[in-house]
Design a protein around this ligand. Structure first.
Ligand SMILES: C[S@@+](CC[C@H](N)C(=O)[O-])C[C@H]1O[C@@H](n2cnc3c(N)ncnc32)[C@H](O)[C@@H]1O
Length: 201
């Protein structure tokens, strides 16, 4: 699954691949959220995270290269009585706003190393001072498990990659290890992940 067309195909099959409830680590940040904060949900897919943020009265922009995913995200927002702004774009070539967001949600977005470097830099620059970045991704230890994640090991995350990539941000939390995922049909069972919370100074 490494291009927009294949994600469109996956999202076109009905249901919510990763559920309609938010990612658990993002959900754990609820106490840090305030109405009116500007949130950017990157690789937001079918919108479970962006919509959840909008339900907390944040102003949400969801970016993904899957038009099918974002159409479902808009429908989910409508069904929940909230609004999100959707942008169909490749994160690598998107014209990212600078210092425009109080929160960036980077949940299960796995990119080739060169693309990851670009998107890490853009995401850090997109944060306003004091803004938070919440990240969850699979690590190399996930190989062989059937609870989700890319097959290509180069796309996987590690705590070291987080520390190195986001060296310009303040690291508030960084956890690497095993969790029991229960996030839709595609993320079920024990999984090896990194969870990180960072803040722009
Ligand atoms: C594993 S899904 C996670 C979706 C969502 N964040 C969630 O947790 O439910 C990864 C998402 O990243 C998107 N994605 C991957 N590479 C991308 C890129 N270069 N530009 C935009 N979206 C991308 C895919 O289309 C997909 O929706």
């Amino acid at each position: 699954m490494s291009d927009a067309a294949s994600w469109d195909e996956r999202y076109g099959s009905g249901g919510f691949a990763f559920g309609a409830a938010p990612n658990r680590y993002l959900e754990a940040q609820a106490a840090r959220l305030q109405p009116g904060m500007r949130a950017l949900a990157i690789g937001d897919g079918e919108g479970r995270n962006g919509v959840w943020l909008a339900e907390h009265r944040l102003s949400v922009t969801s970016v993904d290269w899957s038009a099918t995913g974002l159409a479902k995200a808009s429908a989910l927002a409508n069904a929940r009585g909230v609004r999100i702004q959707t942008v169909v774009a490749d994160l690598v070539t998107w014209n990212w706003p600078v210092e425009a967001f109080d929160l960036v949600a980077w949940i299960f977005v796995h990119l080739p190393p060169a693309d990851r470097a670009v998107v890490v830099a853009r995401a850090a620059a997109a944060l306003a001072p004091g803004g938070l970045l919440v990240l969850e991704g699979f690590t190399a230890a996930q190989e062989g498990r059937r609870s989700g994640g890319p097959r290509d090991a180069e796309l996987l995350w590690s705590a070291a990659l987080v520390r190195e990539g986001f060296a310009g941000l303040e690291l508030l939390e960084c956890l690497e290890g095993t969790v029991l995922l229960d996030e839709g049909p595609k993320h079920q069972g024990h999984a090896e992940i990194v969870r990180a919370l960072l803040r722009k100074r």
